[in-house]
Ligand binder design. Structure first.
Ligand code: PGA
Length: 247
């Protein structure tokens, strides 16, 4: 059985570093449930939140990283800058793909850089609304998995996590169904196998409008091992309820 894991993706929230530290402390105060818990604060709050959470059971993740080792990349963050602060990094989130024009080639380079640096990658894949309407979800995620893993050495992928995040479900208040997520998870595991990995051991998280109300759908879905939670992770009590649903 893959490990169970719930990660809060805070995106460009909360408004200040002090608020991020307070939120991190509130998340940690919920205690342990047997489910691994992580939070991904904005880069500017990473060091302060990492300090506040040192010694707790809550792991800190970055939201993104650059593929290059170092150099002239204004505004970017290198994997080496993250290793002392974060357990891992989200890679290939659809908002980064959209706003920073990341394609699968760049995502593959970022993933390779993350694992080379010892960061646990949470690779996000998922179909757009148009692809969903065309019934292409499973084909799209299979294609993304193959392309996004192309640069990493297999030996370094033993702690890979996949987040299945249908783009049309993110921030809309309309999550996918558990059945849809399970079908995607099956396609993802088959694609991992084709890529030479043991897909049965890789945790697959569902993301996209997960809330305390909708989480049961995914906690009970075959092949789903946790959640990547956006909006609802900004409320420590609601996030705690989501974590407990997977326990
Ligand atoms: P949401 O975001 O829970 O606000 O839909 C999830 C994500 O983008 O990771």
């Amino acid at each position: 059985m893959p490990e169970k894991l719930v990660v809060g993706n805070w995106k460009m929230n909360p408004p200040s570093v002090a608020d991020a530290v307070a939120l991190g402390r509130d998340v940690a105060a919920h205690g342990q449930t047997g489910v691994a818990v992580g939070v991904a604060p904005p880069a500017i709050a990473l060091a302060a939140v990492a300090d506040a959470l040192r010694g707790t059971a809550v792991a800190v993740y970055a939201q993104d990283l650059h593929w290059a080792e170092r150099g002239a990349f204004t505004a970017q963050i290198a994997a080496a800058m993250l290793v002392d602060l974060a357990a891992g990094s989200i890679v290939g989130h659809s908002e980064v793909r959209r706003d920073q024009c990341d394609d699968d080639a760049r995502v593959a380079k970022k993933l390779a850089r993350a694992v080379e640096a010892g960061l646990r990658p949470i690779l996000c894949v998922g179909e757009s609304a148009a692809q969903h309407a065309a019934g292409e979800a499973t084909a799209v995620v299979a294609r993304q998995i193959a392309a996004d893993l192309a640069e990493a050495r297999h030996a370094s992928l033993d702690r890979l996590v996949i987040a299945y995040e249908p783009v049309w479900a993110i921030g809309t208040g309309t999550p996918a169904t558990g059945e849809h997520a399970s079908a995607a998870a099956r396609a993802i595991r088959a694609a991992l196998k084709r890529a030479g990995l043991d897909g049965e051991r890789v945790p697959i998280l569902y993301g996209g409008s997960v809330s305390a109300r909708s989480v049961g759908e995914f906690a009970n879905a075959d092949g789903i091992d946790g959640a990547l939670v956006g909006g609802a992770s900004l409320d420590a009590d609601e996030f705690g309820a989501i974590v407990r649903a997977f326990a």
